[in-house]
Design a protein around this ligand. Structure first.
Ligand SMILES: Nc1ncnc2c1ncn2[C@@H]1O[C@H](COP(=O)(O)OP(=O)(O)OP(=O)(O)O)[C@@H](O)[C@H]1O
Ligand SMILES: [Mg+2]
Length: 256
């Protein structure tokens, strides 16, 4: 069966603040693929997602998402930005925050109708958070807020999900629950998922490929292809060891 390309990136490069953040990035992502994006702080993971969303423009190269140049307000893409814990005084209800996912959509702002509320409930249910919907968002725990951001990303029933560290703040059980939910979406609904994480371990059973970013460069392939001493040492330009212990993978030598 021929694979359908949903995201294609050619010779992408971006400079910000006079520094090269990404260069020579080439990607061909297929429908229904589950991709983990890994790499140290500042390696351009969030920047790549913002480029795919059209929130920022590349300095060089081409990006095509679902056959078009990236543009804002595309309902076919669900996005959960990198999370900062919200102010405790923030009185907005959690379900209102989830509803922000409609921004720019035909059920958007100012029309509190049945359809809209039903879809918010559906998204809350998908992340097991229906019981938290009426709570002020600022009162929720970091992990609970994280679930709300994922629900927000799911609300337009997108074909592509771009999730920036959705597992941070989640404990092991809650993280696994979210990973299973996402794996089901990619498998059954053929949703394409690009998920930024600092730990590959909870994702190893479900990802198709990993995109590893460091020093403005990137490597993409199956976990077995990319998570090797040879590939990562080349990417980081320093000796990296992959240590396997307790059924987990550790990248050693990378963060110094
Ligand atoms: N608007 C900007 N102007 C100048 N520099 C920027 C801008 N946005 C991002 N950068 C820089 O680009 C680099 C990559 O940032 P990015 O947020 O993509 O990293 P990241 O891989 O997501 O890191 P983290 O793991 O910490 O989230 C950083 O060094 C950052 O300081
Ligand atoms: Mg980031």
């Amino acid at each position: 069966m021929k694979k359908e390309t949903v995201i294609s990136v050619n010779n992408l490069g971006i400079q910000l603040g006079g520094r090269t953040i990404l260069q020579n990035v080439d990607l061909e992502i297929h429908k229904g693929e589950f991709i983990a994006i890994l790499g140290p702080n500042g390696s351009g993971k969030s920047t790549l997602l913002k480029l795919l969303l059209g929130l920022i423009k590349p300095s060089v190269g081409n990006i095509s998402v679902l056959g078009k140049s990236p543009h804002r307000g595309n309902d076919a893409i669900g996005y959960a930005p990198q999370h900062r814990v919200l102010e405790t005084e923030l009185a907005l209800r959690a379900r209102d925050v989830v509803g922000f996912g409609f921004d720019g959509n035909k059920w958007g702002f100012g029309f509190p109708n049945k359809k809209r509320e039903d879809l918010i409930n559906k998204a809350l249910k998908e992340v097991n958070a229906l019981h938290l919907g009426n709570a002020p968002i600022g009162h929720l725990s970091g992990g609970e807020q994280q679930r709300m951001l994922i629900a927000q990303a799911l609300i337009t029933n997108p074909q592509i999900l771009l999730l920036d560290e959705p597992l941070s703040n989640l404990d092991i059980n809650n993280g696994q629950e979210i990973v299973s939910l996402l794996a089901r979406l990619s498998r059954e609904k053929k949703v394409t998922i690009m998920l930024v994480s600092h730990d590959i371990n909870p994702l190893l059973p479900v990802v198709n490929r990993v995109l590893f970013m460091a020093r403005g460069q990137s490597a993409i392939g199956t976990p077995d292809q990319v998570l090797t001493s040879a590939t990562l040492s080349k990417l980081y330009d320093t000796h990296i060891e992959i240590v396997r212990a307790l059924n987990r993978i550790f990248v050693v030598g990378a963060e110094t």
